[in-house]
Design a protein around this ligand. Structure first.
Ligand SMILES: Cc1cc2nc3c(=O)[nH]c(=O)nc-3n(C[C@H](O)[C@H](O)[C@H](O)COP(=O)(O)O)c2cc1C
Length: 267
């Protein structure tokens, strides 16, 4: 075959394509476990960040193992649901709420009137994380998600064990505009959350992200309210609504009731 013939050129190009596709598919298969593990570690890091326990990347696994106890619960009842999730063919350790919410078998629809978070469906089960210190449960980290302006925002909120005081709040995934709604992951804004109260003395839900700035001279604002993001009223409203949903009666209330009764105290 002539060196510069069309046939030879086509054959060489084809051979190159085959070799390259084999290389790429092998890389995908070989690297998948590593990618899954990296995703898992990233999630542990997000939990530690919300809990205010993150120090540095190299310490994530050790710190998580020392301070966090994972519990898989059924949202509708607040009960432990590890076995149920395994029976459904899912791995509690690698459970992904985003994937679970998309599949009919692992999700449930939300009545439009209740759907403050604008998510239509939610996973049947979620992992919640107890913050444990010297054998005592000191707080809890809960996954929350809901619609912003452009995207569904995924985060974790950490509460003290009184289940009334925010100890941290952090989004790890969203598609809001950088500099506007994207400021939900600005550390300065995140630092406004610890210490805010969810409920007043009558147990009415009071936490609110307001338009504009909190007037700290007004006790009511200082206790329950957080500055809105300027130029991003719609994202801000989304944050306010998703918290109202998840922290309310239709969200984590059944789990809170069981946690208060000491159902998760044993190691
Ligand atoms: C390109 C572009 C991107 C925007 N991104 C966001 C956003 O991520 N979140 C948001 O709430 N508003 C965003 N807005 C602004 C909204 O359209 C709306 O004007 C704003 O939420 C009103 O907030 P304000 O009352 O604080 O000005 C964006 C506007 C433009 C033109």
């Amino acid at each position: 075959m002539k060196k510069d013939s069309i046939k030879r050129t086509v054959l060489v190009a084809l051979a190159l394509c085959v070799v390259c596709s084999i290389l790429v598919s092998t890389a995908v298969v070989v690297l998948r476990p590593q990618q899954d593990e990296n995703r898992r570690i990233e999630q542990l890091k997000n939990i530690l960040i919300a809990a205010g326990l993150y120090t540095q990347d190299s310490e994530v696994i050790g710190r998580y193992d020392e301070t966090i106890r994972r519990i898989m619960i059924k949202l509708s009842s607040g009960q432990k649901a590890e076995d149920e999730v395994v029976a459904a063919g899912l791995s509690p350790e690698r459970y992904d709420i985003k994937e679970a919410a998309q599949k009919t078998s692992s999700s449930e629809s939300i009545n439009a009137v209740d759907d403050l978070a604008g998510i239509k469906r939610r996973p049947k089960w979620v992992n919640v994380y107890l913050i444990v210190d010297a054998g005592q449960v000191r707080g809890v980290v809960l996954p929350v998600f809901g619609k912003g302006l452009w995207s569904t925002m995924y985060g974790f909120i950490a509460l003290d064990i009184d289940l009334k005081t925010v100890s941290g709040f952090s989004f790890y995934e969203h598609g809001e505009t950088p500099g506007l709604g994207g400021e939900v992951d600005n550390p300065r804004w995140k630092s406004l959350w610890p210490g805010k109260l969810l409920y007043d003395e009558s147990n009415d839900y009071r936490l609110k992200v307001i338009k504009g700035k909190v007037d700290a001279s007004k006790p009511e604002q200082k206790l329950y309210m957080v500055d809105g993001l300027s130029g991003a009223t719609l994202t801000t409203r989304g944050v306010d609504n998703l918290l109202r949903y998840w922290l309310g009666e239709k969200g984590y209330a059944p789990f809170f009731a069981r946690l208060r009764q000491g159902e998760f105290n044993e190691q």
